[in-house]
Design a protein around this ligand. Structure first.
Ligand SMILES: [Zn+2]
Length: 448
């Protein structure tokens, strides 16, 4: 055997062992809520397939998809411990503000910690006597190098609580799976006294199941009535694209939290949305119609943002603020179609619709910020304005015009121009964008 063959063989062995390590990597999470009165959860994250001798770099996310400011989730993680597969205590060090390094493992590290959270919206975590509302980056650590590892989550579900999530169900009602870490982090989960209502839709050979999952103080009949309205909105959006988004694993879940102590928000995900409001209620038809506002906006994102996706935010980097120059399109055009679909479904009058788009036009025309920046430039400011808090004031009255508003006016203007000059409409434009940029998803993005 020549030396070169030997070295080629040894290279082969190294390549195979690193491929094997990749393929045997997995992450198994477990969460329980023994101290929910104090807003505390207990998490165990078991990382399997760590290369021998390697330092396991465990981190909390610094950002969350769809919210552009930094979040500092690690501030609410404490009592971090690690053991190996035989239960021997491992050394845990704190190399930076957002994470922990674990050494001395035997290929497996079981990292346990407590996590605290008391805010329900699209970004954070709330654990209390009434529910556990989990945005995954606010709740679960991840490890560098485990991006492609399959994930399981076992939830110790308190009595009479149910689980609403886009995570893949298993035959065990407390166990869920995700094909990889990006997908897991994109799967917010509500555990509580949730009421479900669902329907199926079939278009172009795609069968989609829609679930409305509501945590509220009302009745199942109210949820069913709201779901029937939501279905009409879904059908209007579907008609724009003449196609369903094509959900991973075939299901989309509207996760709705209408209880008095939550913060108002809406957050898009690939196969679900979080809708939270302390003022919304499903108690009568007028309020149910109002409660379609955020739902309509978020659902349009299933196409525009989640699948017609800015390359700036894909894959999402959980260790920094993610900036996209395209939010004027992703949020702005969505802001136009939210009320438009409600108008088409019969839930807004012409006057109400025109008040919405007219208000956006007036705000845009009167804003001094247009002298300083373009819609692209406004989009790039998102990490400073979307959920951000600073001690010093920002000159935003002068320098920032929301990309939601300006983008909505760009959409309105384009729609009016296509209609009046070319006998076309923005619907056809969106359909063309969908066919070119969204319909065909890469396997990395659409794992099912
Ligand atoms: Zn949005």
């Amino acid at each position: 055997m020549t030396k070169s063959i030997l070295s080629a063989l040894s290279l082969c062995v190294i390549a195979i062992s690193s491929t094997q390590a990749q393929s045997t990597r997995r992450v198994d999470y477990q969460i329980s809520f023994p101290n929910r009165a104090q807003h505390e959860g207990r998490v165990t994250a078991t990382f399997t397939g760590i290369p021998r001798g390697a330092t396991l770099q465990v981190r909390m996310a610094q950002s969350s998809p769809g919210r552009y400011a930094l979040t500092g989730f690690a501030k609410n993680v404490y009592d971090v411990l690690a053991v190996d597969s035989r239960g021997r205590t491992l050394s845990v060090t704190k190399p930076d503000v957002n994470g922990w390094n674990v050494i001395g493992h035997d290929g497996v590290a079981k990292v346990s910690y407590k996590v605290w959270g008391d805010r329900t919206d699209g970004t954070f975590l709330q654990i209390d006597h009434a529910h556990a509302h989990m945005n995954m980056p606010a709740t679960f650590v991840f490890a560098r190098g485990f991006d492609n590892a399959p994930v399981t989550l076992r939830i110790d579900v308190p009595e009479n609580w149910k689980v609403a999530t886009q995570l893949v169900p298993t035959s065990d009602s407390s166990m869920f799976t995700a094909p990889n870490m990006q997908w897991f982090m994109d799967s917010p989960t509500e555990v509580g006294p949730v009421m479900f209502s669902s329907w199926t839709q079939s278009i172009n050979g795609k069968s989609s199941t829609y679930r409305v999952a509501v945590h509220h103080l009302g009745t199942q009949a109210e949820v069913d009535s709201y779901a029937a309205m939501a279905r009409k909105v879904v059908d209007e959006h579907t008609a724009v694209f003449d196609d369903a988004p094509g959900f991973d694993f075939g299901t989309y879940t509207f996760i709705v939290d209408f209880v008095p102590w939550v913060n108002g928000d809406g957050m898009e995900h690939r196969n679900s949305t979080i809708i939270t409001s302390s003022r919304s209620s499903l108690a009568d038809s007028v309020r149910r119609i109002r409660a379609l506002s955020t739902l309509s906006h978020e659902f349009f994102h299933a196409w525009n943002m989640e699948r017609i996706r800015s390359r700036d935010i894909e894959p999402f980097d959980f260790e920094r603020a993610n900036m996209s120059a395209d939010l004027w399109f992703g949020e702005g055009f969505t802001n136009y179609y939210g009320p438009l679909a409600r108008r088409r479904a019969g839930f807004l009058t012409d006057d109400e619709f025109l008040a919405d788009v007219g208000g956006a036009a007036i705000n845009t025309i009167n804003s001094p910020a247009r002298q300083h920046n373009s819609p692209v430039g406004m989009s790039a400011m998102a990490p400073f304005v979307d959920g951000a808090a600073f001690l010093d004031p920002m000159n935003s009255q002068e320098t920032h015009l929301s990309y939601y508003i300006w983008g909505e006016v760009v959409a309105l203007s384009l729609d009016l121009m296509l209609r009046t000059k070319y006998d076309l409409s923005l619907d056809g434009y969106m359909r063309a964008v969908w066919k070119k940029f969204g319909k065909k998803q890469t396997p990395a993005l659409a794992p099912a």
